[in-house]
Design a protein around this ligand. Structure first.
Ligand SMILES: NC(=O)c1ccc[n+]([C@@H]2O[C@H](COP(=O)([O-])OP(=O)(O)OC[C@H]3O[C@@H](n4cnc5c(N)ncnc54)[C@H](OP(=O)(O)O)[C@@H]3O)[C@@H](O)[C@H]2O)c1
Length: 242
């Protein structure tokens, strides 16, 4: 094992974190840097991405502004990132609509950002041999993929689609010992939520709402050698809600 004294260490690893300009992605990037990783952070909002970049521990990090639904920008990100040992796909958006009222435009947005963007970024990294042997891929799914919630159909479906992809990709990449896993958090306070919807969630969580640092700790586990025998799986983090 590379880091025998601390299997959770990310020292010597380079980790690409998407959605790093906000919420979970920001906390994951900062936590990875504190565990010794060199981090490549990406998001669309330059100022908020720079804010994350300024909070990274250590040096050698890279920030790169990109809209991951635009393939030219996504390809440029992969070129800028170079070879990485891990990728955490925290890119995502939530759009609420009961199916009776859903539009093709809304569906396209949810599919494009929550499914096509992380999948095609993964494709590009693998195609360019930019994910090192023994590396780790972590998708951000959601507890919404495991339960039914009125109005959450498009988001729930795309997060569930990531689980199927995770199981198949885990087998495709096992020969190179690249591990592929999902994290399914329930409600965590980030800009993804408006205050009223978040507060309404509190009562159904026996351990209370999650924090971005809770999810970052799970990402560190799945990126590190501590999880070297874990692939094709989904870690539900819901404070006991389900
Ligand atoms: N918060 C929760 O309770 C919760 C629960 C379960 C799962 N999740 C999942 O966790 C992930 C992170 O959520 P969050 O709560 O941290 O949300 P957030 O605070 O809204 O952050 C979303 C991130 O995605 C980026 N993004 C959105 N569209 C993009 C695009 N087209 N190209 C590039 N980047 C784009 C945003 O970048 P810019 O802001 O720079 O545009 C931002 O950095 C998402 O996949 C979400 O579905 C969250």
């Amino acid at each position: 094992m590379a880091n025998a004294r601390n299997p959770f260490s990310l020292a010597g690893k380079a980790v690409l974190v998407t959605g790093a300009s906000s919420g979970l992605g920001r906390s994951i990037a900062i936590a990875c840097s504190r565990m010794g990783a060199r981090v490549i952070v990406t998001g669309r909002d330059q100022a908020r991405l720079a804010d994350t970049f300024g909070q990274l521990a250590g040096d050698g990090h890279v920030q790169f502004v990109a809209d991951l639904t635009q393939s030219a920008q996504m390809h440029a990100l992969v070129d800028a990132a170079g070879t990485v040992d891990g990728v955490v796909h925290s890119v995502g958006l939530q759009r609420l609509a009961p199916i009776k009222l859903v539009s093709e435009k809304l569906l396209g947005e949810v599919i494009g950002t929550n499914f096509v963007a992380p999948v095609m970024l993964t494709q590009r990294l693998l195609y360019r041999n930019a994910l090192a042997e023994g590396g780790a891929i972590v998708f951000l799914s959601s507890s919404a993929a495991h339960i039914g919630t009125p109005g959450v159909g498009p988001y729930s479906s795309m997060k569930a689609a990531l689980h199927g992809l995770t199981r198949c990709l885990a087998l495709e990449q096992a020969k190179r010992r690249v591990r592929v896993n999902c994290i399914s958090p329930s409600a965590v306070e980030t800009p993804l939520w408006d205050r009223d919807h978040l507060e309404a969630q509190r009562a159904r969580h026996p351990l209370g709402l999650g924090t971005p640092d809770d999810v970052a700790a799970a990402a560190i586990y799945l990126l590190s050698d501590a999880s070297r025998w874990v692939t094709g799986t989904t870690l539900i983090m819901d404070g006991g809600a389900m």
